[in-house]
Write a protein that binds this ligand. Structure first.
Ligand SMILES: Nc1ncnc2c1ncn2[C@@H]1O[C@H](COP(=O)(O)OP(=O)(O)OP(=O)(O)O)[C@@H](O)[C@H]1O
Length: 252
């Protein structure tokens, strides 16, 4: 997150992701066809579409895991092939169910969000522990820090993954169907939290979801754009400012 972005509204209109005439095919099956789209700083982009519409394919191209068959993608103004600053991006995958015997603790999983390739052999210092404590507190899971990840409920595990993604204070957070298999109340709490992070913490979100009610409730009824059967809804948080830049303030 930009600590001083409240004072500099120009940041709000910087392009984070740019897709220019992008197409993608698996062998001879065309999934994405000549799609252009931009994600600006402080946008919340909701991606909705039926099974097989190509949402995951689109997302995987946007994080450099798939190369478009045609067109160009830029991240933070750089062609994606040359982009190296992956610390600026947090990622929460679809719900994974862990083997209950998986040995890592919640603290270890959250701390692993700090280890990019260049830092992997670094010792975990006091500053890192503090960042971890902050992320755990924001997600209201400090009490679970020493538990094994595999022994938590699905909803608790999703909070751990969100804390792991937040520990670097990313500029962009990508969520791939983050609440699949989670009960209705925990889903509502989860969405309330990420909408709060969007509205008050200057973060940018890109989220695939099947929950049209939740998406339309926050992002409005009209999609900004459409790519085949995929609809993209967008809300920008520019008008809402927050004087406190870090994660550590009330999330109520
Ligand atoms: N690795 C692959 N090889 C070949 N075809 C694939 C591959 N991955 C996806 N597809 C096909 O591409 C199309 C789009 O798949 P994709 O996973 O992007 O859809 P989706 O919108 O994310 O679907 P869901 O909502 O079910 O997750 C589907 O027809 C799928 O069968």
């Amino acid at each position: 997150m930009k600590s001083n972005s409240a004072a500099n509204t120009a940041f709000c209109h910087d392009k984070i992701i740019e897709l220019d005439g992008v197409s993608f095919s698996y062998n001879d099956q065309k999934v994405i066809s000549d799609f252009s789209f931009g994600v600006n700083e402080r946008d919340f982009v909701g991606v909705i579409g039926s099974n097989g519409a190509g949402k995951t394919t689109l997302l995987r191209m946007m994080v450099g895991l798939l190369e478009p068959t045609k067109g160009e993608i830029k991240m933070f103004g750089q062609p994606i092939k040359r982009f190296r600053d992956w610390d600026r991006i947090g990622y929460v995958p679809q719900k994974n169910s862990f083997n209950p015997l998986f040995p890592a603790t919640v603290r270890e999983v959250v701390l692993s969000g700090l280890y990019s390739n260049k830092k992997i052999f670094r010792r975990v210092g006091r500053e890192d522990q503090q960042k971890c404590d902050d992320a755990l507190e924001v997600m209201k899971i400090s009490n679970l820090a020493d538990k094994r990840i595999g022994q938590l409920s699905g909803g608790q595990q999703q909070r751990v993954f969100l804390a792991r993604a937040l520990i670097n204070h990313p500029d962009l957070l990508i969520l791939d169907e983050p609440t699949v298999g989670i009960d209705a109340q925990t889903q509502r709490d989860f969405f309330e939290l990420i909408f709060h992070l969007h509205a008050h913490h200057h973060m940018t979100f890109l989220m695939v979801s099947h929950d049209i009610e939740i998406i339309e409730g926050y992002l409005g009824q009209e999609p900004r754009d459409q790519c085949g059967a995929i609809k993209l809804y967008v809300r920008h948080s520019h008008e809402q400012e927050c004087a406190i830049p870090d994660l550590q303030h009330s999330l109520t």
